[in-house]
Design a protein around this ligand. Sequence first.
Ligand code: ZN
Ligand code: ZN
Length: 349
Amino acid sequence: MLALQKQDAAAGVALVDVAEPPAPGQGEVLIEVVAAGICGSDLHIDDWAQGYEFLTPFLPVTLGHEFSGRVVAAGPGVHESAVGKRVVVRPSISCGVCIDCREGDPDECLHRRALGLHRPGAFAPRLLAPWNYCLPLPDSLDLELAALVEPLTISQHAVEDGEVKTGDRVLVFGPGTIGQGAAALARLAGAAEIVVVGYGDKERFEVLGRMGFSRLIDLADPGAAQQLEELAGDGFDVVIEAAGANSALASALRLTRVRGKIVAVGIHSRNIDVDVNLLVRKRLQLRGSYRASQAIWEKCIRILAQSPNEFAPMITHRLPLNEAPEGFRLGKQKTASKVILLPGLGAQS
Ligand SMILES: [Zn+2]
Ligand SMILES: [Zn+2]
């Protein structure tokens, strides 16, 4: 079958022919992939950016960790009623052996292995996954839209870490998928005002416009920085940094109100220099946010099923798997928002 793989510890990804997955083992299911989103981290892995060296011992590996599909076979220990279920899958699999896993706190496991990073992922027609990491979907939830669940869990986690509440003024840096999701989920959490900041992000702002957001600041525009300072006034209650840009976290420290919260969710490709005294004197809370709990996954499935139209504009491109390189190109040029690969489309399966 066709698969998009990272093969070597160098720039590039490759569409290659790989073996079908083996029969599902104990506790596993075989999933037919319906839709798999290209994530910012997939683009970083393609570029072989700093921060992904940990993948080297696992290469070659089929990428793709945000996906939906149907269970087509169940291994020993999985009830046959699993077959036919429409699912999304929590891609980060804990070890089950360490002390945290054994004491019932698998979210703290330090020995995780992720689908699409350490083990075969969803940029292929089929993959194996542990059944207890699958979450069945309501019949009403479209499977293409369901590929947004994984990134939305990251956005929702950031919104919860920022404790966004009714009436809050929220600033989001980064108009990509995580930022778009954070804006929509902050609105659902009751935020009174949401400003999203980008740089040279015309197309992604158009998506945010279709999602109903109008306070969009493109720092590539003349006068935009000044406009942002004016909008900030005494500062935002919560700033969500989803850009992974050096300047964004530095600005966040300035634009947050006294005792406000900054949630860092963007991945940075280099270390940054910030004015720590702002953090101290304004008594700011700087919080890192990463990988959501099962409860947040279930919440995001419910939210997406209840309000699909709030999120539908986030998917801007749908491509068959054999056009994955074009999807990566669109993602890197920032002309696309979420690009969804559809491995069931076209002949290559
Ligand atoms: Zn991702
Ligand atoms: Zn563990």
